[in-house]
Design a protein around this ligand. Sequence first.
Ligand code: PLP
Length: 343
Amino acid sequence: MPHATFTPTELLAVIDRLPRAKLAHLPTPLEEAPRFAGAIGDARVFLKRDDCTGLLLGGNKARHNEFLLGDALDQGCDMVVWGAGVQSNNCRQTAAGCAKLGLECRLYLSRGHYSTEPQGNLLLDYLVGAKVEFTDAKIGPELDALLAAKAAEFRAGGRRPYFWHRPRVVPLAAISYVVCVAEVVQQLAEQNLEPAAIYVSSSGATGAGVALGAKLLGLTCPVRLICPMHWPWHIPTALANDANDAAAMLNLPHRLTAADIDADENFIAPGYGLPSLAGQEAMRLLATTEAILTDPVYSAKALAGLIADVRARKYAKGDVVVFLHTGGVPAIFANPAEVLPPT
Ligand SMILES: *Cc1c(COP(=O)(O)O)cnc(C)c1O
């Protein structure tokens, strides 16, 4: 017997039992994009505007941080130790949440191929008072270990740090995307519509949450996770585990397997953080038809995945295809050459 599913209202009530900091503008709008849709095929396209979550220029990490910083406050933490790439949207919105909640924010940013000029997300980190250090540790297990070591140092010095501890923060962040899917279902129901597919940029928490949300709400449509990066692990297995940890945190019996995770790694080329031709086309198309920006690292590549599927006639005329716009827009100011059309 499959476990019973929830209405959006019931599911949101279950989630409301967890500690949470109010940081995001929710629910975000769900907007139809008719000129964009008309340019790519016959489906209807709706944009879930998580680029409009607020918290220092929007994006999916505002939702994540409601639960992560809510957890930090619940544990009595007085500072946050976080890290990712120099142009991390995650770090920008965590720094913003910390400023708003009065938590000290320490960021360890992996240099990779990035310039450390104060532009884009990095500029915003400084403006909200985060203390930034650069590192050559690679994003993933190496940077995770550095953050754990830094947190241990602060703890030894008498501080109470909340840090990027993947087994705890990824499932909590995933829960915030269960909320997002519940909002989408509610917003479509107001127009008597149901989704034919959901697209989102994710190799991690966001996608795990969207897949879990779809399961808990009884959606049967494809949930297409368009990956911005590879990880040194099998993404469907990891995301099913993260989704299951999230379900366990909600005291729900529902479980996913790797087969429930449709993670498409075909739109990453030429690599994480590097612009792709398909992504650049997607970005230009949405900007010139709807005046809505995407970013070259995440949302534009995911939109390229949606465009490819619509052009391949995966959907029927009038089908409702939902794109969860995860934001990332500040990154375009750090890399103008990557987003301007060639002259
Ligand atoms: C972080 C991020 C994502 C994906 O997040 P996951 O952790 O892989 O779920 C997608 N889009 C944007 C703009 C992001 O900043």
